[in-house]
Design a protein around this ligand. Structure first.
Ligand code: UD1
Ligand code: CA
Length: 474
């Protein structure tokens, strides 16, 4: 049997006044996607031929975001936000061929699961209804539309709180703002919708009473989990949704075999993946396209953005953006990996190291207090404490190559462009650009000692006293 034709309409034209933001409400981020991104991702389960997003308030920003995350979706402009019914009417006018099922979703319900969208559409199509609303039983229905049923339990109408009688206000079954409709019936009903309500707007919810009044069957699909239907009106609600999503994501990874020391301080974007037996310690944030390999240990106090962590690696108190950390490599504490950093197998970045566009071969080590910028470091090379890769001449950046198993002494400056050959040594405290394979490079001045200097030039100091005692003992 071929699938019924389907169209998705996402309502995203409203301002979201209570967010008090220069950013439109639906573009606020929540663990790796915007609110709109979450809704589109759940709506994908409807497997629709067309997706329409109704834009209005700050339409250019919303359109630009859609270009990025859903280039196949069609933005349709609702210049004035005259209500949810008006928004859907405009969307359907822009899609005169849309037939079959129309799935309508508010743009601000980020916890909605794809499985719920799929189940709503299936229930609607199997029942042959003209319209089906996703409903939820909630403790506090304040501000939401109430689902009014007849004594037999059939949907009669949906009433906005501000238009509701005290009896209707007492109902705790609410409209989630997510629906499936038969396209033809929806078009008919929308053409008859009035603005005779407290806000003087065209309410999409009025469609249900219009459909039942002419005998078309309508249905209610109750969400398996009321949490999924929560909308977002202000920043406090946004934070509340973030907590719930965080718990859902963390529980998912723990059930999949990831150990978390403290899920309450572990924040993982929905776009991140973590393999089995990885261990995440407290206060970690994993974002963007980050992936963590099996058995890796992350944290405590670590932020990874767009970072790949290999199997068995360990990343301790580190901030990393756009780096690839190889299998069994170790990083940290207190280090900063920037884009283009690639660490080979069993390589090491120790404490207080900053690396940018730097490749470390297998087993290479940069253990302490070093800046590595624009460099290729061979396998098993060792970079001493306090080494600086001086990559910038004030105008351009230059590259440094350190050969396999080279040994760079402490407090060295490698002045790029630089080439240290395989097996070469650089003496501590040198400033060099070229040391051929197997050579020792030294640029320190020769040492000279001035006998008795402290007692002559710093008489009466603790140093002079110590010096005198030491020379007398001899
Ligand atoms: C709506 C429902 C209400 C439901 C609630 C769930 C109506 C009349 N009421 O109320 O029954 O309980 O959602 O959250 O539909 N939008 C547009 N254009 C407009 C108006 C709104 O695109 O002209 C968009 C908004 O950006 C938002 C969504 O539609 O994404 C819902 O709008 P909102 O104003 O939040 O509706 P509510 O009054 O909360
Ligand atoms: Ca709302």
């Amino acid at each position: 049997m071929s699938q019924t034709q389907r169209t998705v309409v996402v309502l995203a034209a409203g301002e979201g006044k209570r967010m008090k933001s220069a950013t439109p409400k639906v573009l606020h981020p929540l663990l790796g996607r915007t609110l709109l991104g979450h809704v589109l991702s759940a709506a994908a389960a409807a497997r629709a031929e067309h997706t329409i997003v109704v834009v209005g308030h700050q339409a250019d920003q919303v359109r630009a975001h859609l270009d990025e995350i859903a280039p196949g979706a069609t933005p349709v402009l609702q210049a004035q936000q005259n209500g949810t019914g008006h928004a859907v009417r405009i969307a359907l006018e822009a899609a005169p061929d849309a037939a079959g099922t129309v799935v309508v979703l508010n743009g601000d319900v980020p916890l909605l699961r794809p499985e719920t969208v799929e189940a709503l559409v299936a229930a609607h199509e199997q029942a042959g209804s003209a319209g089906t609303v996703l409903a939820a039983e909630v403790d506090d229905p304040a501000g939401l539309g109430r689902v009014v049923r007849d004594p037999a339990g059939r949907l009669e109408r949906i009433v906005e709180e501000r238009d509701a009688s005290p009896e209707v206000r007492a109902v705790r079954e609410v409209n989630a703002g997510i629906y499936a409709f038969d396209a033809a019936r929806l078009r008919e009903a929308l053409s008859k919708i009035s603005t005779d309500n407290d806000q003087g707007e065209e309410y999409l919810t009025d469609v249900f009473e219009l459909l039942t009044s002419v005998g078309h069957p309508v249905g209610v699909f109750v969400a398996p989990d009321a949490e999924e239907t929560l909308g977002c009106n202000d920043r406090a609600e946004l934070a509340g949704l973030g907590l719930r999503l965080r718990n859902r994501v963390n529980t998912g990874w723990m059930r999949a075999g990831v150990t978390m020391l403290d899920p309450a301080t572990t924040w993982i974007d929905v776009t991140v993946t973590v393999e089995r037996d990885a261990q995440i310690e407290q206060n970690c944030r994993l974002t963007g396209r980050t992936t963590v390999g099996a058995g890796a240990v992350i944290g405590p106090d670590t932020t990874l953005t767009d970072t790949t962590v290999g199997e068995g690696a360990s990343v301790l108190r580190t901030h990393s953006i756009g780096a690839e950390i190889g299998p069994e490599a170790t990083v940290g504490p207190f280090s900063y990996l920037r884009p283009g950093t690639r660490l080979g197998r069993k390589s090491k970045i120790g404490g207080f190291v900053e690396a940018k566009n730097a490749e470390l071969g297998d087993g290479a080590k940069v253990p302490h207090l070093t800046y590595v910028g624009d460099a290729t470091i061979g396998a098993k090379a060792n970079i001493g404490a306090g080494t600086i890769f001086a990559n910038y001449d004030g105008v351009n950046k230059h590259h440094t190559t350190v050969g396999e198993a080279a040994f760079v002494g402490s407090d060295t400056v490698l002045i790029a462009p630089a080439e240290i050959g395989p097996g070469a040594y650089v003496a501590a405290g040198s400033a060099v650009s070229n040391v051929p394979a197997g050579h020792l490079g030294v640029t320190r001045a020769a040492q000279r000692n001035i006998e008795g200097w402290t007692e002559r030039k710093r008489p009466g100091t603790v140093s002079a006293d110590a010096a005198r005692r030491a020379t007398e003992e001899k």
